[in-house]
Ligand binder design. Structure first.
Ligand code: AMP
Length: 281
């Protein structure tokens, strides 16, 4: 497995693979990899001849008061995980490689991105779409892998690929959780012992909401109110949002129907965590 930091090195590697007629999968990440990322890499390895993992903490998707500087980084550990999972190339560019002086072209989606996380993170998806669009153009993969953990991101990327005719397939992968239910996240590392315990209210509320839907409840307000009550019972938790939306449009729904996303963002102390469940009716 190789680790490269320039766009040219990625292009050269992919060109050599293409000459041999090999297929290429891409797993975009911000690094500090865990079993959630690993499940995406695993699936990419199963479905493609060659797999590129990008490890890039993308500055343009962080707001001015967010955790860009503090975001955890450990390339050696990431490389070991990628290698043991069967990835072939890590692309680890410096911000200047992706955004050289004079950079001024962004992908700005006008729907889907103002809902849910877009309300508190107004520039987030512009940064995500721009960096993912760039990665698609640099790697030109046949397939790219994204986690349902970031369900709005997955919906946004699917729409971007459709609208802008990127010639690849997007593969969504299920949320990987800790044994006690907490969704795995690089940001879990910010939690102290008390916060780690308190963070369980997210998955507790998610499992409760999912069970209500499975038991036939269709009224979004009823489900959301019970979920919010579980979270509000925890003193260290502060709700950013808990909402039910149509998975394709991100529009709020009153009644569970079609493909529904029930998503939440909750502050545990200063750490903002997200979780969700998706139901097909
Ligand atoms: P990140 O490094 O947080 O930007 O995540 C990179 C990719 O891994 C995204 O597509 C995430 O949705 C996915 N991912 C992160 N955590 C998980 C998880 N617990 N389960 C499944 N996928 C995940």
């Amino acid at each position: 497995m190789n680790i490269v930091s320039t766009i040219k090195e990625v292009r050269d590697a992919v060109a050599a693979w293409r000459k041999e007629g090999l297929t290429v999968g891409l797993v975009p990440t911000m690094g500090f990899l865990h079993e959630g990322h690993q499940s995406l890499i695993q699936k990419a390895v199963e479905e493609n001849d060659r797999v590129v993992v990008s490890v890039f903490v993308n500055p343009t998707q962080f707001g001015p008061n967010e955790d860009f500087e503090a975001y955890p980084r450990d390339l050696d550990k990431d490389a070991a995980l990628c290698e043991s999972t069967g990835a072939h190339l890590i692309f680890h560019p410096e911000p200047e490689e992706m955004y050289p002086d004079g950079f001024c072209s962004y992908i700005n989606m006008t729907e889907l991105t103002g809902a849910l996380c877009g309300k508190t993170r107004p520039i987030h998806f512009k940064g995500v779409c721009t960096v993912v669009g760039k990665l698609f153009n640099i790697v030109t993969p046949d397939k790219a892998y994204f986690g349902e953990k970031d369900a709005q991101q997955l919906a946004v990327i699917r729409r971007m690929v459709k609208d802008l005719n990127f010639g690849l397939t997007i593969v969504g992968c299920p949320i990987i959780r800790e044994e006690d239910g907490l969704a795995k996240s690089s940001r879990n590392t910010y939690l102290n012992a008390d916060e780690r315990k308190a963070a369980l209210v997210l998955s507790k509320a998610i499992f409760h909401g999912k069970e209500m839907v499975e038991n036939g409840e269709k009224c979004a307000d009823k489900i959301l109110n019970e979920m919010k009550a579980i979270i509000n019972a925890e003193p260290l938790a502060r709700i950013d949002y808990v909402e039910m939306v149509n998975m394709d449009t991100m529009d709020n729904i009153d009644t569970v129907a079609g493909t529904t996303l029930c998503a939440m963002a909750v502050y545990i102390g200063k750490t903002r965590l997200i979780d969700n469940f998706i139901v097909e009716m």
